[in-house]
Structure formats: structure tokens, C-alpha cells
Design a protein around this ligand. Structure first.
Ligand code: FAD
Length: 498
């Protein structure tokens, strides 16, 4: 303990206490809901923290898309979101232990009070979208903090070109809606919207209305890759020809935003098909993204905060057992764990991002975690006065085993995500230790099929028998008739018989 007192200068102790007090406040805020924050919240998504909203109503838009309206706890509250924001929805798909977090873009007016609307397309096997589609009015959904997109400034560009594909129309629509609502903003907008079929033209009514209301500021082109025969829209994907016809006028002071499936974004932005002079931003791109990627430093600090909290608890418990100054022991432990967690995550994220370009396999992630764990853990152990090599080895192993376990759990969950678990009694009946056999619908159908076959066979046998009997009967009758006729004839010819 004296060692700890000697090695931690006063300023570090004060900083530690302040840091963890801050962490405490941060965590309290993180885990509070909007209900707890204030009785009359003005802006529902104003700061960090989770927000739980109740689903008010749902509306099916087409074969795979629904509108979900969520109500604010306070009817006078507003979203507080700036233009081009998305919300991180925390979903709990069936069969998965860990929540699945996905961004969704509000399509309602961000300044409207009382409620918020999402438009959600359901993907086959989609975890987040499948969960959202399963929600019923009255259910609750938790949102994590909002994602801020491109910082829109009125009149920054004279003309913006908006390329949307499928459900990628939602962020674009939010932008169109916000720009046209602001009387100070004179930006002109051209939308090119590509979809698979006519019924995928989401928000068409609203877009048509804007085009009628603001003919000099907003126009659009729709293109359908698999149109009906008499479709009034262009056929095909968003391609160079279509873009050349849509991109009219000067290219100075213009910008192109792209929002759509990753393949579309890559093909449009990656190949730089936009005319010279325009700046292109993609929804999930790297540098000039409408939705920037999560900040590595921020996520590393979060991991550091979580591991620091764990270190605080661990240090507290071990300090009570074996140190005369448990508080200092706990703080020291918390700081070291926080530094270790932050540097581990920072290193790991950067290697995955720059070396593997975020396309690493689970096995590669395990190696990277081992390397990052070893470097971060070894360095922190050394800083604490321990030996470098044992620290390096232990933390490498921890990183490797931790990542491998995560990979295994994730793979197992993916496998089980769409298989419904059987009820307890049925699982008992399926057990090999139970002499009873529980029948699935298919088993039952099979047994019935077999029974039907044997009945049909019996019927066929009976039919044969009946046929034989009938034949026999006919033969007997014929024989009797012949005998009678023959008898009559012989009586005729034999007068004595008369
Ligand atoms: C900033 C931002 C805002 C978004 N806003 C909306 C929104 O308002 N409405 C909305 O419906 N979606 C929106 N999305 C997409 C959404 O976040 C999810 O990615 C989408 O719902 C799929 O998630 P999932 O968990 O259901 O699918 P997953 O379980 O992750 O994937 C299931 C299958 O669907 C495929 N898939 C997943 N996403 C796409 C895609 N975009 N295009 C083609 N195939 C895909 C996967 O390859 C996989 O085969 C937004 C995305 C971003 C980045």
C-alpha cells in the first residue's frame, strides 16, 4: 500500500477522484431515461443518454416497409435533433443475448411536438428491422444517443443533388423536408431515387407534393430496376446517363449526397461518377460522409470508462481485503484499468480499420485483440511497476480468449437467431431419457400418410374381392340360365318329358 501511496502523486489522486466522479455522473446520465431527466422535457434527444419511447401506432406501407410512430412522454416536447440526424435504436431480436443497435432516421418534422416517426424497411433475416417490425402499439423502444450527420448550413451550396436508393431515402427526405421548411434557405435540390419496383417508391406522395409546391427549388427523377410493363418511370439503376441528364446547370458550389445500400454507395461514390466540381458524400462512407463513422477515440474512451468502473469495483473489493487504504487502492486500480481498456480498444480499432479496412475475419480479429491486449496490458503492467513480459503474455491471452469467446457466442447466436426455441414440455418429451415420443407436425403427417396408404391398400383388396365375387355371381347366374334353357329345350324335344 505504501508503494501505491508513493507512486501516486497527489495531483493524480485528485484527478482520479474527479475523473470517477465525472464518470459516475456520465454513467448516471447514460442510464437515465427521458422520463427521469425532467418532468417537462423540451428536447427529447438533447444530450447523451438513453431515451425510451412508447410505440403509438404502426402502418404497413408496402410488402416490406412500415411506418412506426413513437410518442414522447411529454406531448409538448420536441425531438431537439438537427437536420441529417439518425437515432440508434436498441433492439432485442429473438434468440440473441446481446442487443442489436441500428441507426434509423426520423421522417417526421424534427420540430414537431409530441411524437416522432420512423420508416423501417425489413430485410430478409434482418435482426434490427425484423425486431422493429414485430413491435406492437404500446410496446417500448429504447434509443441510444443520436447520430449527427452532415452539419447542414442554409445556403452553403446553391444546388444539392441527392441520390437515394431504397430505404436510403429517409435521410435524404429528412434533409429535403428541413431545407424546404426553412424560408431562409434557398438551396435548390434534385433528387434521383432508384428502387426495385414501383411499390418501393417510399414517401412518393410527400415528394410529389414538394415538387408541386416548390417547382423552382425541388425536382426529382425516379428510376425502377424491375418496372411493370406500363411503368411511367425510367428503367434501370442510377447510372451515368441518368446522372448526366439530372445534373444540369453550373457545377460550382454544388454538392452530391448519396444514401443507399452499400453496393450502390460504393458504385456511385467510389467511381466518382459525379460531374467535376461537385463534392460527393455517402451515407456510410469514410471521409466525406453524410453520417460519419463512429469516432475511434470516443469509443475507446467509452471502453476505458467501462473497464475503469470494473477496475474501481475490483480495486475496492481487493483493497478492503488486503490494503489499509482501500479507497486509494480502488482509485489506482480504476485508473490503470481505464488506461488499459482505452489503449487496448484504440489500438484494436485502428489496426482493424487501417490494416484490414474493416473487413477482417473473426480469426483475424482474435489475433488483433491478442496483439492489442498484449501491448496495452504489458505497457500498463510495466507502468504499475510490474514486469513487462508476464503482463504482455497474460493480456495477450486475455485478448485472444475474450475475442474467441465473443466470436463463438456471436456465431452461435447467428445460428439460433431465426430458430424458434421449443416450449419446455416439448423439449422434455424430445429428451432421449423419456420413453414417450413427441411428434412434430411432419412426423404426424407421415404417420397419417402411412395409415392412409394401408387403408387404400385394404380398399383395393376389398375391391378385388368384390369384383371376383361379382364375376362368380355372374358366372353362376349364366350357368343356371343355360341349364334352365337347356332343360326347356330338351323338354321340347322330348315329349315324354312333358
Ligand atoms: C445513418 C443511417 C440511417 C438509417 N436510416 C434508416 C431508416 O430510416 N430506415 C431503414 O429502414 N433503414 C435505415 N438504415 C439502415 C438500418 O440501420 C439497418 O442497417 C437496416 O435496418 C438493416 O438492419 P438489420 O439488423 O435488420 O439487418 P442485418 O441483420 O444487419 O442484415 C440482414 C441482411 O440484410 C442485408 N442488409 C442490411 N442492411 C442492408 C442495406 N442497407 N441494403 C441492403 N441489404 C442490407 C445484410 O447484408 C444481411 O444479408 C440506416 C442506416 C444508416 C447508416
Amino acid at each position: 500500500m505504501t508503494l501505491i501511496q508513493r507512486t501516486i502523486p497527489r495531483v493524480v489522486k485528485v484527478a482520479g477522484v474527479a475523473g470517477f466522479a465525472g464518470l459516475g455522473i456520465y454513467c448516471t446520465k447514460q442510464f437515465s431515461t427521458v422520463f427521469a431527466e425532467s418532468n417537462e422535457p423540451k428536447a427529447v434527444f438533447s444530450g447523451l443518454g438513453f431515451t425510451t419511447l412508447r410505440l403509438q401506432s404502426t402502418e404497413t406501407v408496402n410488402h416490406n416497409t412500415k411506418r412506426l410512430v413513437f410518442e414522447y412522454p411529454d406531448k409538448t416536447a420536441r425531438s431537439g435533433l438537427p437536420l441529417t440526424s439518425a437515432l440508434l435504436a436498441i433492439t432485442h431480436p429473438e434468440g440473441r443475448w446481446l442487443p442489436v443497435v441500428r441507426p434509423y432516421t426520423p421522417i417526421s418534422d424534427l420540430d414537431e411536438s409530441g411524437h416522432l416517426e420512423l420508416l423501417v424497411k425489413k430485410y430478409p433475416e434482418g435482426k434490427g428491422s425484423g425486431y422493429l417490425h414485430s413491435l406492437k402499439p404500446g410496446d417500448s423502444l429504447r434509443f441510444a444517443t443520436s447520430l449527427k450527420g452532415y452539419q447542414w448550413k442554409a445556403n452553403e451550396f446553391s444546388h444539392v443533388y441527392l441520390l437515394a436508393g431504397g430505404a436510403g431515402i429517409t435521410p435524404i427526405y429528412q434533409l429535403i423536408r428541413g431545407v424546404l421548411k426553412n424560408p431562409q434557405d434557398r438551396t435548390k435540390m434534385t433528387l434521383v431515387f432508384g428502387v426495385n419496383s414501383e411499390e418501393d417508391l417510399l414517401l412518393k406522395e410527400e415528394l410529389d407534393r414538394y415538387a408541386t409546391e416548390f417547382p423552382d427549388r425541388f425536382d426529382y427523377r425516379y428510376t425502377v430496376s424491375h418496372p411493370k410493363e406500363d411503368s411511367p418511370y425510367g428503367k434501370g439503376y442510377i447510372n451515368e446517363e441518368l446522372l448526366r441528364s439530372a445534373f444540369k446547370g453550373p457545377t460550382q458550389n454544388t454538392k452530391v449526397f448519396v444514401c443507399g445500400p452499400p453496393a450502390m454507395e460504393d458504385s456511385l461514390v467510389g467511381s466518382k461518377r459525379s460531374p467535376e466540381g461537385t463534392v460527393t458524400a455517402k451515407m456510410s462512407g469514410q471521409n466525406k460522409s453524410l453520417y460519419p463513422e463512429p469516432n475511434v477515440l470516443v469509443s475507446s474512451l467509452k471502453v476505458g470508462a467501462v473497464s475503469g468502473s470494473a477496475g474501481l469495483v475490483y480495486g475496492g473489493i481487493s483493497g478492503v481485503i488486503r490494503s489499509p487504504h482501500p479507497v486509494i487502492h480502488s482509485i489506482s486500480c480504476g485508473i490503470h484499468w481505464a488506461v488499459c481498456g482505452t489503449s487496448f480498444w484504440w489500438l484494436r480499432s485502428n489496426i482493424l480499420k487501417h490494416h484490414y479496412e474493416d473487413k477482417s475475419t473473426p480469426q483475424q480479429r482474435a489475433y488483433v485483440s491478442a496483439l492489442s491486449g498484449g501491448v496495452a496490458g504489458g505497457a500498463v503492467t510495466r507502468l504499475m511497476g510490474g514486469r513487462l513480459v508476464p503482463g504482455l503474455v497474460v493480456f495477450s491471452l486475455l485478448g485472444y480468449v475474450g475475442q474467441r469467446s465473443y466470436n463463438a457466442i456471436d456465431a452461435w447466436q447467428m445460428e439460433n437467431a431465426n430458430t424458434h426455441s421449443k416450449p419446455f414440455l416439448q423439449r422434455m418429451a424430445d429428451s432421449k431419457w423419456i420413453p414417450l415420443k413427441s411428434l412434430s407436425d411432419d412426423d404426424y403427417r407421415g404417420i397419417l400418410g402411412e395409415k392412409l396408404l394401408s387403408i387404400e391398400a385394404e380398399i383395393a383388396l376389398l375391391d378385388e374381392k368384390i369384383e371376383e365375387l361379382e364375376k362368380l355371381k355372374t358366372t353362376t347366374t349364366t350357368t343356371t340360365t343355360t341349364t334352365t334353357t337347356t332343360g326347356q329345350e330338351s323338354a321340347k324335344s322330348d315329349p315324354a318329358a312333358k
